[in-house]
Design a protein around this ligand. Sequence first.
Ligand code: CU
Length: 153
Amino acid sequence: MSRHTTLCSTLVLAGLSLFAQAAAAKTCNVAIEGDDMMKFNKSQIAIAADCTEVQLTLKHAGKLPVTAMGHNWVLTQTADFQTVANAGMAAGAAQNYVTKGDARVIAHTKLVGGGESTSVTFPTSKLKKGGDYTFFCSFPGHWSQMKGKLTFG
Ligand SMILES: [Cu+2]
């Protein structure tokens, strides 16, 4: 084997390994619905260990307007959830009831009303495998029953 052939093989192998890394990126889609009864249709979301990114879509399956029965989807560590929910109430509807720049918020959507959908994409590098996460709607009065657990790994 000539030196040239060896160099070419090395380059091909390097290229293949780059391709393998790119192919390992995986966006996992999660769909959840909120309704006019102040409920999510899921209380558990499990993100598989090989997901590198989550695309969460929230659909408001009800008919009530955003001002009366708005819903969003907010993700925090379970330990932060009540504090973040209370702070969000003070942030107001214009901020989607999420405090601007709150580092405890891992991901959140905007508020939607009946018939609307919204989505948010976030990297799973923000999650720890085996961590304890809670998702909830931060519309005032909703988080006590519009909440669930999210797991990764
Ligand atoms: Cu809500």
